[in-house]
Write a protein of this length. Structure first.
Length: 582
């Protein structure tokens, strides 16, 4: 039997991310598996005539990056050429947005919808200089009088449309917003073209759903970008009926089918874990239970024993595509003033939750029932939650579900966890639960948070240091397309806590070390996937998912990390990005 290695790396910083965070200088890959880690002498016997030997020349070899919260299909749909790029720094004003739409209209057939993603009032000059100035249909009407325009915010919690779109959708001064949503109106009571939260469904319902080809193209585009960034695994945090009305169904059930086809065709160049989403943010516990049961009966279960550990892909490789659990929505997102907080927002607003008229007591019962049902059915549960009161409610529900229905190693986790409390940290740590945080969102919104929650709470948001010190398993994700899935910026943000717009430090006491930051994107993210025994670190016997970063990451100034090029990406021993040979 030929035992020679397929790939051998020499002369670099091999950051193993093992228990001791040891650093080697050489590594060998044989048949998709790491076969040796150490020094030159350890890999030399494995070099044969067909071995590709890569001299790292001081570069850094890391485990493949695991973005633990990334909407892959939506990210592909939200980026060129499938959509206009309206994020910073591509645009910096409302005038820039209008110009991008004008150019797109000039290329589009008559009547075709113009779509764009990523606008953020915190980076649009007119809105920054006058905070009461919001995007309006009038900003778009002059450049697109005949083409309907729909532009999604960076957060996914607001949509901006022109007058033609409002007419086609059927929104006027008499239209009532759905529960949990808002149609912004001017002083005359006319819709301005800005829709928040559940009101966005009015747009989605008017748009044609994504075709099979569009879904496939979007995922392919995302996979290509992720390969260039060194991302070898990611979690699709919500695919199912609850996502059918979001971004033309990018988070819907048919997207999971598209992933299965790509797996069967050998085109899935990253490992994908999935959370099922039975209902949207305003879904009831009764509806959640009914839909989740139907998903399990139709083959959407978590696999053998429904523990989430083995997964079920509907294909040939559960290590490449697996359903790990279920997503539940507990509250909204802070900048849109829908987070469930213990104290009122700085600019007014309610500290308690009101979703469709629910009281705190009613919503607590609903969240508890959904978590209990999913846990009892054997699923891992990830809960979208931002406000401190909501987080306490969710962690208490986790603990209650496990107490009532004991199940070892359930690995439930809170998603976002912006304002994780000391009480919640204690509960999470005691039960072996986790938190999935988003450092690049912190980087993006740090300069705006104070406006909504005050300086003290803004500095505390995404409390990495406190959570790790409390013994909570902390993992990191981009929430793409909310932010670009660049883990290098995420690492820099965790270490520096500096903001994107001004570089101002926000919450220096929540900084963590480089090794801790790397773990959140590698071995701890693998833990969330029930896969830390076979991926997430560079140890013999684990899968060869690798990322090569040009330069010495361990010695770099953290400010320079976002600009360190990814020069090689390997998934299961197969090279999927190679800038070394370009």
């Amino acid at each position: 039997m030929d035992m020679y290695a397929d790939l051998v790396f020499l002369g670099g910083q091999v950051v193993t991310v093992d228990a001791g965070f040891s650093v080697a200088s050489a590594l060998a890959v044989t048949g998709g598996t790491i076969s040796a880690v150490g020094g030159r002498d350890d890999v030399a016997p494995l070099v044969g005539p067909g071995t590709r030997v890569i001299d790292l020349r001081g570069a850094t070899l890391l485990p493949g990056i695991n973005d633990s919260h990334l909407h892959g299909c939506a990210f592909g749909m939200a980026t060129p050429p499938l959509s206009l790029d309206l994020g910073h720094p591509a645009v910096s004003s409302l005038a820039d947005v209008a110009e991008a739409v004008r150019v797109a209209v000039g290329r589009a057939p008559a009547g075709q919808w113009i779509t764009g993603h990523g606008w953020d009032t915190g980076y649009l000059a007119e809105c920054v200089s006058a905070p009461s100035r919001l995007p309006s249909r009038r900003d778009l009407d002059a450049v697109s009088p005949d083409h309907p325009v729909v532009l999604y915010s960076f957060s996914g919690h607001a949509t901006w449309v022109n007058s033609q779109a409002l007419e086609l959708i059927g929104i006027d001064r008499h239209t009532a917003a759905p529960p949990g949503g808002a149609i912004v109106v001017d002083t005359a009571g006319e819709p301005t073209g800005l829709l928040h939260e559940g009101a966005q469904d009015l747009v989605q319902n008017a748009l044609p759903p994504l075709s099979r080809q569009e879904r496939t193209d979007a995922i392919r585009a995302a996979l290509a970008t992720l390969a260039r960034l060194g991302v070898t695994s990611y979690t699709e945090p919500g695919l199912g009926p609850g996502g059918d009305g979001i971004m033309r169904g990018a988070l819907g059930s048919q997207t999971l089918d598209a992933y299965r086809r790509l797996l069967a065709d050998g085109e899935l160049t990253a490992r994908v874990g999935v959370l099922l989403v039975p209902t949207g943010m305003a879904g009831t516990a009764e509806e959640f239970a009914r839909v989740l049961t139907s998903l399990g009966e139709s083959g959407g279960s978590a696999g053998s024993g429904r523990s989430g550990r083995s997964g079920e892909s509907g294909g040939s490789d559960p290590r490449r595509l697996a359903i790990h659990g279920v997503k539940v929505f507990a509250d909204g997102i802070v900048p849109n003033r829908t987070a469930w907080m213990n104290e009122p927002y700085v600019g007014g607003g309610c500290g308690s939750l009101c979703v469709g008229g629910e009281t705190d007591t009613e919503r607590t019962a609903e969240i508890g029932a959904m978590i209990r049902h999913a846990h009892t059915a054997g699923y891992q549960v990830g809960v979208h939650v931002t406000g401190d009161r909501a987080i306490d409610t969710v962690t208490d529900a986790f603990a209650a579900a496990v107490s009532e229905h004991p199940r070892p190693d359930a690995r439930h986790y809170v998603i976002h966890g912006d304002f994780l409390t000391a009480r919640s940290m204690k509960v999470l740590a005691a039960h072996g639960f986790g938190v999935n945080m988003n450092p690049t969102i912190k980087w993006t919104v740090a300069d705006m948070e104070e406006e909504f929650v005050g300086a003290e709470r803004a500095a505390y948001a995404w409390p990495y240091r406190d959570a790790i010190d409390a013994g909570v398993r902390v993992v990191s994700g981009s929430d793409a397309p909310v932010t670009h899935p660049d883990w290098r910026q995420g690492v820099a943000t965790m270490v520096l806590r500096e903001s994107k717009a001004t570089g101002r430090v926000s919450g220096p006491e929540q900084r963590i070390g480089l090794a801790e930051a790397i773990r959140t994107y590698t071995i701890d993210a693998a833990w969330q996937d029930f896969a830390d025994d076979w991926k997430g670190s560079l140890e013999p016997g684990k899968v060869a998912d690798l990322c090569v970063l040009d330069g010495d990451l361990l010695a770099a100034d953290p400010h320079d990390i976002p600009d360190m090029p990814v020069v090689l990406t390997v998934v299961d021993g197969r090279i999927v990005h190679d800038a070394l040979r370009d």
